[in-house]
Design a protein around this ligand. Structure first.
Ligand SMILES: N[C@@H](CCC(=O)N[C@@H](CS)C(=O)NCC(=O)O)C(=O)O
Length: 208
């Protein structure tokens, strides 16, 4: 399998970390892919994802899967099912809903990155920037208040939250989320030692 990715992408990291947790890390070849608003990669749009977003996963039979959540579901099924997403029952809906929150926080963080890094300063919209931070901080507060839900296995929601926290450290170090979330701080320090997180740390692997 080939994964179109960038080392700094929290969505690509979610896929890579999931693959490692599922024992599929060695089955994936990484293909560095550049995409960014304002610099459309048309070849990538044509051959992989018309939305021009990474990650995308090309399978052995040339089928292409996206987005990151679909790819993680596929990897979980390929590894036998139930590894990072419970197959059925209440736990499944709990994990998928917690994942939707962490995923939404990652989406807000990426939009913030584009707004503050790519958008010309004279057309920036501070109210919108604050709204994205509001979504991230609300999510952090929810996970902090419900930190006991993070204990136990590394499910898809935990992996996505870990990728979000790593992305905040990497791109928004000035946002002191640790002071706001001491329980998440302890949890993140622990999962950061797992192979799935050390091997995918954007600070150690990012090229852009
Ligand atoms: N919902 C998508 C989001 C992917 C995404 O936004 N990726 C960013 C890089 S981190 C991207 O490709 N941005 C390029 C663009 O928006 O044009 C997923 O979960 O895979």
């Amino acid at each position: 399998m080939k994964l179109m990715y960038a080392p700094a992408s929290p969505f690509a990291r979610k896929v890579r970390a999931s693959a490692i947790e599922l024992g599929l890390g060695d089955a994936i070849e990484l293909v560095l892919t550049k995409v960014a608003p304002g610099s459309p990669n048309e070849a990538y749009a044509r051959n992989y994802n018309p939305l021009r977003k990474i990650p995308a996963l090309e399978l052995e039979d040339s089928t292409v899967l996206y987005d990151s959540t679909v790819i993680c579901e596929y990897l979980d099924a390929r590894a036998g099912g139930g590894g990072i997403i419970p197959a059925a029952g209440e736990d499944r809906w709990r994990v998928l809903t917690r994942h939707a929150l962490a995923q939404g926080m990652c989406e807000a963080a990426i939009l913030l990155r584009y707004e503050t890094w790519l958008r010309p300063e004279e057309v920036c919209w501070p109210t919108w920037v604050e709204e994205q931070w509001g979504k991230i901080r609300n999510g952090l507060d929810w996970f902090e208040a419900n930190a006991e839900t993070l204990e136990g296995t590394m499910d898809l929601a935990n992996i996505a939250l870990g990728c979000l926290l790593g992305y905040l450290d990497f791109r928004f170090a000035e946002e002191d989320w640790r002071a706001r979330c001491p329980r998440l701080d302890g949890w993140f320090a622990e999962i950061s030692r797992r192979d799935s997180f050390t091997a995918t740390d954007p600070a150690l692997t990012a090229v852009t």
